[in-house]
Design a protein around this ligand. Structure first.
Ligand code: DQA
Length: 145
């Protein structure tokens, strides 16, 4: 079983970036922990982070036929990118949308996502733990299908 984790723009700044909103863990801390969880679950987890919309789209396209599930925190592209939505629809790989912060409790422009209605589920506001819950949910969904 193969699961792809995608982190969008500015998530490479985790730990230094508005820690009162996004927490003090770095992206490496988070991914290292997720790799341990993936190992325990017996799944192969691949991670990519990019600040560039086209790189995220290329990565989603390349996942077709290769990956069983996608976990994605699209960062600000959540609120802007019809193109990332179209890529996810095109490859038809089930995905969970993750946000560290509770986007519904913030500025109004963060309250709309171009992806949520296509997602299997959406987790927000639970910090880095949200990624872990998403990974476990993906493993359960793949095991019962
Ligand atoms: C975010 C929320 C987005 O609104 C923001 O642009 C981000 C991070 C989150 O994880 O809470 O970059 O996706």
């Amino acid at each position: 079983v193969k699961i792809l984790l995608i982190n969008g723009p500015n998530l490479n700044m985790l730990g230094k970036r508005e820690p009162h909103i996004y927490g003090s863990q770095t992206l490496n801390d988070i991914v290292d922990h997720l790799q341990q969880v993936a190992q325990q679950q017996g799944v192969q987890l691949t991670h990519m982070q990019s600040n560039a919309e086209h790189e995220i789209i290329d990565c989603i396209q390349q996942a077709m036929g290769e990956q069983d599930f996608i976990l994605i925190n699209p960062g600000a592209f959540t609120h802007t990118s019809v193109a990332i939505r179209d890529a996810l629809a095109a490859v038809a790989i089930p995905f969970i949308e993750v946000h560290l912060s509770n986007i519904h409790a913030r500025e109004s422009f963060r309250q709309h996502s171009y992806l949520s209605d296509l997602a299997k589920g959406v987790i927000c506001g639970l910090g880095a733990q949200g990624y872990e819950f998403a990974l476990i949910a993906a493993c359960k969904q793949l095991a019962t299908q």
